[in-house]
Design a protein around this ligand. Structure first.
Ligand code: 13P
Length: 250
């Protein structure tokens, strides 16, 4: 069965709650789609108003982060149960900005992935190499290491239902997109790694996104690659262009 494309916006630390509601109204008709899943991953304070704003549309809401503990004395953190109760369906885990600025490592991210599944959320697990790693020729080894460590103890059935986002760090927010060949090569390597750790059917089912300077101009070519099942979009998800990315095949 063909995999359904999934295009998710990662708003990062942008949009106040009132700006968020206005953006949802602006994008509402532009992101309508019968064949692409559309997700807005939004800052924590925007979740409640955005869930309300997208009611009755084809848009699902995601969080940009969560903590793995059930509840308790973790000042400033947000639990999976809180997200679920607020109407969230997806959660980004292990974005490179969280790995880098907030020192989240693969042991922590593995706990988050498992907790997300336990709560009924779909993780969008991010991986990606630095420019230095790419130039050293260790990109594929690095990505395989990230994927394998982040998925320890995760079942084949869970992996089949999740989303993995390949985001080369050097392509994020830089306007420097990976070439289509580079993006396809790594997304295929991720799928091969899933086949090796799990099985062919799981690898065939898991959806793999590319992220890093995705735009209205390059989405069609990227998403046409056999192992790229959509995109995780930063800057371009905050404007009308996001509609063109969702409608890449129109
Ligand atoms: P940009 O699309 O702004 O490069 O950001 C990509 C990203 O980090 C999405 O998670």
């Amino acid at each position: 069965m063909a995999r359904r494309k999934i295009v998710a916006g990662n708003w990062k630390m942008n949009m106040t709650p009132s700006q968020a509601v206005a953006l949802c109204a602006e994008l509402k008709d532009l992101v309508k789609s019968d064949d692409v899943d559309v997700v807005y991953c939004v800052p924590a304070v925007d979740i409640v108003p955005v869930v309300e704003a997208v009611k009755g549309t084809n848009v699902e809401v995601g969080a940009e982060n969560m903590y793995f503990e059930e509840k308790g004395a973790y000042t400033g953190e947000i639990s999976a149960a809180m997200l679920v109760d607020a109407g969230v369906k997806y959660v980004i885990i292990g974005h490179s900005e969280r790995r880098d600025y907030f020192k989240e490592d693969d042991v922590l991210l593995n706990k988050k992935v498992k907790k997300a599944f336990e709560a009924g959320l779909t993780p969008i697990l991010c991986c990606g190499e630095t420019l230095e790693q790419r130039e050293m020729g260790i990109t594929l080894d690095w990505i395989r290491m990230q994927i394998k460590s982040d998925l320890v103890g995760v079942s084949a059935q869970q992996v089949a239902s999740m989303v993995i986002a390949y985001e080369p760090i050097w392509a994020i927010g830089t306007g420097k997109t990976a070439t289509t060949e580079q993006a396809q090569e790594v997304c295929k390597a991720i799928r091969d790694c899933i086949a090796e750790v799990y099985d062919a059917a799981t690898a065939e089912a898991v959806r793999i996104q590319y992220g890093g300077s995705v735009s209205a101009a390059n989405a069609a070519e990227l998403f046409a690659q056999p192992d790229i099942d959509g995109g995780l979009v930063g800057g371009a998800s905050l404007k009308a262009d996001f509609g063109k990315i969702v409608g890449y095949n129109k």
